[in-house]
Write a protein that binds this ligand. Structure first.
Ligand SMILES: NC(=O)c1ccc[n+]([C@@H]2O[C@H](COP(=O)([O-])OP(=O)(O)OC[C@H]3O[C@@H](n4cnc5c(N)ncnc54)[C@H](OP(=O)(O)O)[C@@H]3O)[C@@H](O)[C@H]2O)c1
Length: 340
């Protein structure tokens, strides 16, 4: 039986679909303890742009080899007692139609092996929800507001890349906790959607207004929590508006991932000292002890229409490269998954 996978042809200066290629190969016969998985969906995520760099902090993708990334699949053949045909499994073996796994030991985001984890799909949900609704970006947004720091009703929460998966989840958890939410996005269409559908209190298009001007207008009582997803410029503009003793969580800087990967300018650092601020890295993996609570809360909010989740499904493994590129062009809105 034949299968297809996407490989990286070269390391680009600017991401484009052209740096990827589609490769066909034969699936080898299974050995003892091995499992054959057919991928159903894979996730494309901003951090993957960093994996395309040689010597990246995260595991760098090798050229002309299988890539890794979150995926959900179904066991189609098994010589391993722990897995049977029809089991739904999560893995880090995306970017391919099939893969052979040595068994369990899966840790999200760690791509050192082909380990898999069996997943039970809650009633009313779908297997792909383990990549989207329950995926790493949703976890990142939920943990930011729910677990990373104490927040209070009436406080102001600011998030950049507000129409992305992290931004939408964090904003809605903040609204559930009674916070005032201010977010930025790169299009008027997404800004309207955020206001009309998620009830975000103040949204601005950062391509039309400066961060300084918009945030001053949107945060008349100062800022109590920032979740930084996009850029050092946004974070710099938040600094002077921070209320004393409050927190900035730095979770991502998509602005630099396809632009050399280095922050060139960060302003207003003195407010860290003047306003007794805490600046903290925020990584979803640090909160996995709260994973079961996350699944419980998100399932119940989503099924009772308290939480809106938006995703775009791109059809076909051959379109996975353009799905990843769309994140850096501002074309995506919500979580982007590829149906394999
Ligand atoms: N540390 C963690 O645990 C963790 C986990 C998941 C994600 N993250 C990080 O969180 C951030 C958001 O992730 P996500 O999965 O929700 O993706 P996302 O926000 O959906 O990412 C795509 C969006 O980013 C925005 N964008 C693209 N280029 C930009 C630029 N130059 N400046 C500002 N915004 C830009 C675009 O939205 P607009 O059109 O609105 O600009 C685009 O639609 C990323 O930085 C990611 O690396 C961190």
């Amino acid at each position: 039986m034949k299968t297809k996978q996407i490989q990286l042809k070269y390391r680009p200066k600017k991401i484009s679909s052209d740096c990827f290629k589609l490769v066909e190969s034969k699936i080898p016969a299974l050995k003892k303890n091995q499992v054959l998985v057919e991928n159903l969906y894979m996730s494309v995520d901003p951090y993957m742009r960093l994996s395309m760099e040689d010597g990246a902090d995260l595991d760098a993708w090798k050229l002309n080899s299988a890539l890794d990334g979150p995926s959900i699949g179904i066991v189609v053949d098994s010589k391993n007692k722990k897995f049977k045909e029809g089991d739904i499994v999560e893995s880090m073996s995306g970017w391919q139609e099939h893969f052979i796994s040595e068994g369990d030991g899966f840790i999200p985001y760690i791509s050192l092996n082909t380990a898999i984890k069996k997943r039970i799909v809650p009633n009313g949900l779908n297997a792909k929800d383990y990549l989207g609704l329950f995926g790493i970006s949703s976890q990142c947004g939920y943990f930011a507001v729910n677990n990373a720091t104490k927040v209070n009703k009436g406080e102001t929460f600011v998030v950049s890349s507000g129409a992305g998966n992290v931004g939408m989840m964090a904003s809605q958890v903040a609204k559930i906790k009674g916070m005032r939410v201010v977010s930025s996005t790169g299009s008027n269409h997404k800004a309207e959607w955020l206001k009309d559908n998620l009830g975000i209190d103040f949204v601005f298009n950062y391509k039309e207004q400066s961060y300084e001007e918009a945030l001053k207008k949107g945060c008349p009582d100062g800022i109590d929590l920032v979740l930084e997803c996009a850029s050092a410029n946004h974070m710099s503009a938040c600094m002077p508006l921070m209320n004393v003793g409050k927190t900035i969580l730095l979770t991502g800087l998509i602005d630099i991932y396809d632009n050399g990967g280095k922050v060139k300018d960060f302003q207003n650092l003195e407010f860290l000292l003047y306003s007794y601020l805490t600046l903290k890295s925020h990584v979803f993996m640090d909160y996995l002890d709260y994973y079961d609570n996350f699944i419980k809360d998100v399932t119940s909010w989503y099924l009772s229409d308290k939480l809106i989740y938006k995703e775009e499904i791109v059809e076909g493994i051959e379109n996975a490269p353009s799905a990843l590129v769309s994140l850096f062009e501002g074309k995506s809105h919500g979580k982007v998954l590829v149906s394999i």
